[in-house]
Structures are given as C-alpha cells and as structure tokens.
Design a protein around this ligand. Structure first.
Ligand code: HEM
Length: 399
C-alpha cells in the first residue's frame, strides 16, 4: 500500500511531491522500529505511509455522498461503551467496530495513573497542549497549510473548540473508561483526517504530497506529550516515574486510536525524545498561513482572557515564553517589552508555589493575573467544546 501510494503521488503530486517521493528532498528515515511499541517493523519511511484502512473507506463514503448521513447518525455516538447507531453503511460500521478496540498492550493501571496525573497537572497540560501545541502547529508548514485550506480553516473558533474536544477527552478522569469519550473522539478524528487526505489534494490551493502522513502525525504528536513533558521537566514540576510512564502511555494509546502504526509509536521517553529530535526540526518553519492562523488564535485567546487592554500583550508573551524565540518569530508573534520578561520571571515562581515548593509571600501579585487568565481560557474552551462535535468534513475551505 505504501508503494502504491508513493506511485500515486508521483503521478498526481507536484514537482515537490515527486522530488520528496524519490527521497531527494530530505534525509532517509533513520528511527529504528526497535524503539517502538511494536518492537519491530519494516522500517518504512512514514512520510510515505498514510492510513490504509480509513483512507479508502472515507474516500468512498465521500464519493458516494454518504458522509452527511453518517455524520447525522454519529452525532449522538458519544460514549466509549455505546453501541453504534443503526443505519450506518456496512463498511463504515465494520471499520469503526475494529478501530474502537483498544490495543492489546493498553494497560488499565497505567491509564488510571495517567488520568490522575492529568487531573493534578491539568493547568500545565491544558496550557502546554492548548496554547503551546497550538503555537507549535502553526509553525509546522504542512499542518498550518492543511488547517488553513481545509473546511475548519474558515472558522477557527469552531475548529479550536472541536480540537479541544479530543484534548479534554484525553485529559478526563474517565478518558478510556466505558463512560469516557476518548475512543469515540479519536476514531472520529481518524475519519476526519482520512477525509482531509481525500479532499485537500482537490483544493486549488494545495500543492505537494497527500497531507497527514504517518510522519506528519508523529510530528504533531510530539508537539503534545513530548513537548509538554519536556516543559514540565524544565519547570521542575515534581513527576514520579510512574506518572511520566503513565502519561506517555495514555498518549501511546491515543496515537494508536488515531491510526498511527505501532511500529512508529515510541515505547519509552528516550525513544520519544530521539524521534522528536529527528522529525521535528525538518518539519518546522514559517508560512503566511501559519502567521495568519497564529494571529487568529492569539486574538481569540486574548478575547477570552483579557482583563482590559493587557489581554493581547499577555497572550503574546505567554505564547512566546512557551514556544521560544525561533518558533515565536516564525509565527509572527509580536515581542512584548513589558510582558516578555515578566512572564519569564514570574511563571517559574508560580509553578513552584503551585507545587508547594515556596510560600505565598514570594509570589508576585501579577502571577494571579496570569493564573486567572489561564483558568478563563480553559473554561472557555471546555464550554465551547460542549457545544460542538467532531464531524467528517465534505468540503475544503469555502473561501
Ligand atoms: C482535524 C487532532 C494530526 C490536520 C482534527 C481534529 C482533531 C485533530 C481532534 C478534529 C477537529 C475538527 O474536526 O476540526 C489531531 C491530533 C493529531 C493530528 C491529536 C496528531 C497526533 C494532524 C496533522 C495534520 C492535521 C499532522 C496535518 C498535517 C487536520 C485538519 C483537520 C484536523 C486539516 C480538520 C479538517 C477540517 O477542518 O475540516 N485533528 N490531529 N492533523 N486535523 Fe488533526
């Protein structure tokens, strides 16, 4: 299938796609499958592997006009243990029944520990995955362009709310329990991605290879758990080995449920860090679309968190602090002479106070402005997420 897709790319892709397909544009894949959950694999370059089960299925659903009805039927499919609604096309039903199974290596004990960890570190994780992950993804040209030119690119508020549904589902106490919703939202996301792979290459604005390859998925995955864990370590948040193992595990399971192959899912943090160092740098850089999306996202964030006019500068500084100078510059995030140093100095103090490492009198009052802004932001997206659901798109960005 990988070979087939590669040939298809050479035929249908632009010059860039063809060059990359021949391995001329970037170095060969060097990450060993021995470091993966599967422990072995063919070592195929994940830039040329997509989702061989979901992609032909969703392409067929789109081509035969079956998606609107499927979306309607799946609207009330919410809980992990919920039977599928009647009336779904047989091929879609068969796919979902298989895709909703947790991998054999899923470990209930670790998932419980992860849920408790997600709860106790919820503020950091929401900040890192939401604002941090968001600002990193706009500095990934392939992802920024995919988001910009797909349906949701025209309505970023809804898009962010939809994305946060999965984020909050992963972080929920019952994420993979029968009454949770992580399985459902991961499987729906897998279908959405398959739709994007079919639709986006039809957009006049899209050039290059079919989007959302396994490599692209890994890149985005690293903007979430790997980035968050590195940052929490940097901030010296106390984390036990059991907690960090469990946190990795919930994201390994989520990667599997999203359709990332086990042979690419890192088995340990060491393997994850080395894979991240391999896939992230060549995947990042500036684009016009990324800058525009960043502007919209930070504008939204500022609206939610703004106590008066300090809102936007605070958001800019927070974003810059999280992702660092290089990415912030690629994203076109403005420098804030007042807030940049204030955040850099205050945030570590706030973390240490929250972790019980220093007493209250050492916390400068401005820390509470930041803390409150974050709470409002999280609450806003929690509320927004409740008003919408993940649906398979049938079109690209309309304008
Ligand atoms: C949609 C998460 C990787 C592009 C979504 C949605 C979620 C999600 C939750 C549903 C929200 C919605 O329908 O708007 C993830 C996660 C990833 C990942 C957790 C990796 C671990 C990627 C990558 C790309 C991508 C690598 C592109 C290179 C898109 C696009 C849509 C989407 C374009 C929305 C389609 C639309 O607006 O119609 N993703 N994603 N995603 N994702 Fe991903």
């Amino acid at each position: 299938m990988a070979e087939l897709s590669r040939r298809k790319m050479l035929i249908s892709g632009g010059a860039l796609g063809a060059l990359s397909a021949l391995g001329m544009a970037s170095p060969a894949w060097a990450w060993a499958p021995s470091g993966s959950i599967a422990g072995s694999g063919a070592g195929a370059d994940p830039r040329w592997v997509w989702d061989e089960e979901a992609d032909p299925l969703v392409a067929s659903l789109l081509d035969r006009g079956a998606v609107p009805e499927a979306n309607r039927l799946l609207w009330n499919w919410n809980r992990n243990d919920q039977p599928l609604p009647d009336g779904l096309p047989d091929d879609l039903r068969a796919f979902i029944e298989k895709a909703r199974q947790l991998p054999s290596w899923a470990d209930k004990g670790k998932l419980t520990t992860a849920a408790e960890f997600n709860k106790s570190r919820g503020l950091y994780l929401n900040l890192l995955n939401g604002v941090g992950g968001g600002m990193l993804s706009t500095a990934i040209p392939k992802e920024a362009r995919a988001v910009y030119y797909s349906k949701g690119g025209a309505n970023m508020e809804d898009r962010v709310a939809k994305t946060s549904i999965l984020g909050f589902a992963v972080g929920a106490l019952n994420a993979y329990q029968p009454d949770g919703s992580c399985v459902v939202n991961a499987v729906k996301t897998r279908l959405v991605h398959a739709a994007v792979r079919h639709l986006l290459p039809q957009s006049p604005n899209w050039t290059g290879e079919v989007p959302i390859s396994q490599n692209d998925m890994l890149v985005t995955w690293h903007t979430l758990p790997t980035f968050a864990m590195r940052k929490m370590r940097e901030w010296q948040v106390p984390i036990t080995t059991a907690q960090s193992d469990a946190y990795l595990h919930v994201w390994q399971v989520t990667a599997h449920m999203l359709g990332i192959r086990d042979e690419y899912i890192p088995a340990t943090w060491t393997a994850a860090n080395s894979q991240s160092d391999q896939v992230m740098p060549p995947a990042m850089g500036p684009t016009r679309e990324g800058v525009e999306l960043t502007e919209i996202l930070l504008g939204q964030l500022a609206e939610q968190t703004s106590p008066g006019s300090i809102g936007r500068p605070l958001c800019n500084a927070l974003a810059r602090y999280l992702v660092g100078t290089q990415v912030a510059d690629w994203d076109g995030i403005r420098r804030e002479p007042v807030w940049d140093p204030l955040i850099a100095n205050t945030w570590p103090i706030l973390v240490r106070f929250r972790e019980g490492l220093i007493p209250l009198p050492l916390v400068p009052p401005v820390a509470w402005t930041i803390d409150e802004a974050l709470r409002q932001y999280i609450l806003f997206y929690l509320t927004k997420g409740k008003q919408t659901k993940i649906e398979i798109p049938t079109i690209n960005r309309p304008s």
